[in-house]
Structure formats: C-alpha cells, structure tokens
Design a protein around this ligand. Structure first.
Ligand code: ADP
Ligand code: MG
Length: 339
C-alpha cells in the first residue's frame, strides 16, 4: 500500500460521479432539477441516441453569474444551502452541490449561462473534469447545458449502458414525472429530432396528463383533495375501471419532488381495495405538500427516497382522500355496476 493522501479534486469527482451519474437519465434529472430550482418557466430537453451522444437542457431561469460559473462546477458548491440548519428545511430540489462536477467529470460539457443583467453571458467548456475554455459569450437569460459523449472516459460504465430504447425509456419516464410535478413549467422533450412530449406550462395538470397518457385517460381521471394538520394533498386518480398491469402509473410528488414511497403506494392501493381486479393498478398523481422540516430528503444521493416524520398521519390522509373520491364515483352507475 502507498502513503495515505487526499485524492485530488478531479479523481474525487470521478468517484462521486459513479454514485450520482448512473446513466443518461440521471444526468437529465440533475440538469432539469437545476433548471426547476432556477425558477424557469420553460425547460427544453434534447437528447440523441438515448443520451449517450448528446443531452441538452435549456432553461430560461435565473442563470449563473459569470463570475460564479467555474465555482458551480466545484465539488460541494451550491447556492441552495449554507448552514446545517438549512438542511432541515430544504425547499429546493438540489442542495448537495455534487451534480455539476460529477457530470463534468465523465463527459464533455458546455455550459452557457446568463443572468440577463448585462446582456452578456459566459461559456465554460469542460472535458473529463478539466476546463478547456472559459469565455464571455452572448446568450439569452437562462442556462444552456450540453453534455456530449457521456462516460467516454469511464469505459467500464459505458459498457453497462443498455440499448438506446432502454435509456430513452428511463429518460422519458423521469421527464413525465417532473412535468406532472410542475404543470406550471412548459417542458419539451425531443429525441433524435422527434418531439416526445410537450406541455404548455399553464398550471393545468390535466393537460400534462393528457400529453403523457392521452386525452381519453385524462378524461377518466378524478380529482382528489385533502388535508390533515401537517399535510396537504392534491391530485388525480383513475376511475376503478381504468387500470394498468403495473405500478408505473403511480406518481408521488412531495414538495415539488418526484419520489418513490412505499407508504403512499400502500395507502393508495388500500383505498381502492376490492375495486381493483387482482394484479391491476390505478393511474394516480398524488401531490403532497408539507413544511420542509417534516421531511428528510437527505437519504440517498438521488433523493428519490425520503423520510416523513409523521408517516401514519400521511397514510391516513392519502387513504381517506382517495376513498372520498372513489365513494363519490361509486354513486354514478358505471359499466361495472351494470353486470
Ligand atoms: P446543487 O443543485 O445541489 O446546488 P449542482 O452541482 O447541481 O448543485 O449545481 C451547483 C450550483 O450551480 C447550483 O447551486 C446553482 O447555483 C448553479 N446552477 C446549476 N444549474 C443551474 C441552472 N440551470 N440555472 C441557474 N443556476 C444553476
Ligand atoms: Mg443540482
């Protein structure tokens, strides 16, 4: 064994990238979440070859001040938290300051950004973690991130990438969820020149549901709503006759973040109970709002899992809100009740 040394930043970033950047969809998730955090009203995502050739995320958000762009790509650099107490009231999607340096360590990245104040922005180019250009550049307000040749310098990871369709499946799945979480933002997703999703950003979640699942599905959804002392709940669920063969149609959103929650899923299925045929699942978009202090999002780097401090209260709320909607529905004779 050699002497104990602290790893240089580039190597540390490459190691961290293994955790944060699992596949093209993780790059998209991080870039889009940054765009949401920047207060954007439009976010355009362009992808080529399942994201392995090119990923581009363009937003019209706050932009990054020219003098801070290089810092943004340093490890643990973030504008979203600054004290440890901030960690217990996180209102943004990001806060770990790990995404940009990790992505830049395993790709050829170009960041163009402007805060719109001076009319001039800045362009930073990074290859495998090394800055190759940092120059003023004319660009509209917002940020335009282009990631090329993902994993070009980590061949072992590249080997694990699946077919273009599989990677694209992960990407579109994520974009659908974030679009459902943020109906007030206009999203477009393009792959190899084809538009796969366009939402209008009007704030109407049914429009987003229609854009993703089709307008007939959107028409067959029921609104849900409820509140308890600590939680607020809003969303849409499918009528019992509209079911799917898996749980993928269930989207849980907590304080603007798409998450996976076994507890919420269980409460949802419990509420449908015998209304669902065996091994069939509803389509549901459940948005939960709460004070950030009641939520721990610092469980995993991907922030897909969270801990609720009052989980039992939340389960009861989900179950009762859904039962209330289904109860109303049952009074209307549908095709099922005729047989
Ligand atoms: P985090 O999101 O956890 O803060 P990131 O590495 O993703 O860390 O980003 C670092 C910082 O760069 C952010 O805190 C933010 O200040 C800035 N930033 C990144 N992307 C954008 C963007 N699209 N618009 C504005 N600022 C951005
Ligand atoms: Mg981030």
């Amino acid at each position: 064994m050699g002497k104990i040394l602290v790893l240089d930043e580039q190597l540390a970033n490459q190691i961290a990238a293994g955790e944060v950047v699992e596949r093209p969809a993780s790059v998209i998730k991080e870039l889009v979440e940054n765009a949401v955090d920047a207060g954007s009203s439009t976010i355009d995502i362009t992808v080529e070859e399942g994201g392995l050739n090119l990923i581009r995320v363009t937003d019209n958000g706050s932009g990054i001040p020219a003098e801070e762009i290089e810092t943004a790509f340093q490890r643990h650099a973030t504008s979203k938290i600054s004290t440890s107490s901030d960690l217990f009231r996180i209102a943004s999607l990001g806060f770990r300051g790990e995404a940009l340096p990790s992505i830049a360590a395993v790709s050829r990245l170009e960041c163009l950004s402007s805060t719109g104040h001076t009319g001039l922005g800045h362009k930073l180019s990074i290859e495998g973690g090394t800055i190759t250009a940092s120059i003023p550049a004319a660009t509209p307000q917002g940020t335009d991130m282009t990631v090329r040749d993902l994993f070009y310098n980590t061949p072992a990871r590249l080997k694990y990438m699946k077919a273009v369709q599989t990677e694209l499946g992960h990407i579109s799945d994520y974009i659908y969820r974030i679009a459902l979480a943020h109906p007030g933002i206009a999203f477009t997703l393009k792959h190899n020149g084809n538009t796969l999703l366009r939402t209008l950003g009007t704030g109407d979640r049914l429009q987003v549901i229609a854009a993703i699942y089709g307008s007939n599905t959107a028409k067959a959804m029921m609104a849900i709503q409820g509140e308890s002392p600590d939680y607020e709940l809003l969303g849409y669920i499918s009528k019992p006759e509209l079911t799917r063969s898996n749980r993928n149609g269930i989207t849980v959103i907590v304080n603007g973040r798409y998450i996976r929650s076994h507890a919420v899923n269980q409460a949802l299925l419990q509420a449908y109970h015998t209304l669902l045929p065996i091994n069939r699942f509803p389509l549901a978009i459940i948005e939960i709002g709460m004070h950030p202090s009641l939520l721990d999002v610092n469980v995993h780097p991907s922030k897909m899992e969270v801990r609720f401090s009052k989980e039992a209260e939340l389960r009861t709320l989900v179950e009762s809100a859904i039962q209330a909607a289904l109860g109303k529905e049952r009074h209307i004779p549908g095709p099922d009740s005729i047989h």
